[in-house]
Design a protein around this ligand. Structure first.
Ligand code: CA
Length: 233
């Protein structure tokens, strides 16, 4: 397995590189964001160890750009002990895990092994279906590139439908996921919120991205420009 180690502190990079090589990995080292970006565009890495504070850029910004380009390597961030905001920013940017400096090498090795046991797959920082995109970290929603303002509840509803894009989600499941299992308010609450969400996502000449499946529930249409034949309720 080939790993990329992105760390500008030469002494630390040297120690980490040796530890990883001893664990049997092939390791490339990059000491700047630019060098890391170039290495990633040329090689296929199973895992990237990424320091967030780089001399020519922010590791989180780099990670987000990689994820948007479809990079599916595991990313393990190196952050400062007091870097709570960095850790949050890094995880939201698509990193899988982090270790805080100064760290224990055995724990570092164990985290690398744990990540490498997980299957690789495309991970994006945003969720999308058709022409609808939602960024959970910034709580922003777009339809065909146009930003849409939603209430907290509408946002939750859309996020859940997007997580199940292309599938029919039953009314009871939506109620349970977006409200809670014990919600005993008005029975048409869901319909009211779906109607409001559809209105906000409306775009002239385009079908609603949310289909009603009569008597069952709702479905987020997963194809761009897909025309639906079912009636909109
Ligand atoms: Ca650094």
């Amino acid at each position: 397995m080939r790993l990329l180690l992105v760390e500008d502190d030469r002494a630390l990079a040297g120690v980490l590189r040796r530890a990883l090589v001893e664990d049997g990995y092939a390791v490339d080292v990059a000491s700047t964001a630019a060098a890391a970006d170039e290495a990633v565009s040329v090689n296929d890495y199973s895992l990237i160890v990424l320091d967030l504070g780089l001399p020519d850029g922010d590791g989180a910004v780099l990670c987000r750009a990689w994820r948007e380009r479809g990079l599916d390597a595991h990313v393990l961030m190196l952050t400062a002990r007091d870097g709570r905001r960095d850790r949050i920013g890094g995880l939201d940017a698509g990193a899988d895990d982090y270790v805080t400096k100064p760290f224990d090498f055995e724990e570092f090795s164990a985290r690398v092994r744990a990540l490498l046991r997980r299957p690789r797959g495309p991970r994006r920082t945003s969720m999308s279906a058709g022409d609808v995109t939602l960024d959970p970290a910034t709580r922003t929603v777009w339809r065909a590139g146009i930003q849409v303002a939603l209430t907290v509840r509408e946002f939750s509803l859309l996020r859940y439908l997007l997580s199940r894009a292309g599938e029919v989600v039953e009314r009871a499941e939506l109620m349970e996921q977006v409200w809670d299992a014990h919600y005993d308010g008005l029975s048409n609450t869901l319909e009211v919120h779906i109607a409001a969400l559809r209105r906000k996502l409306e775009l002239p000449g385009r079908a609603s991205p949310i289909e009603t499946v009569r008597g069952v529930g709702y479905k987020m249409v997963d194809m761009a420009g897909h025309q639906t034949g079912s009636p909109m309720l």
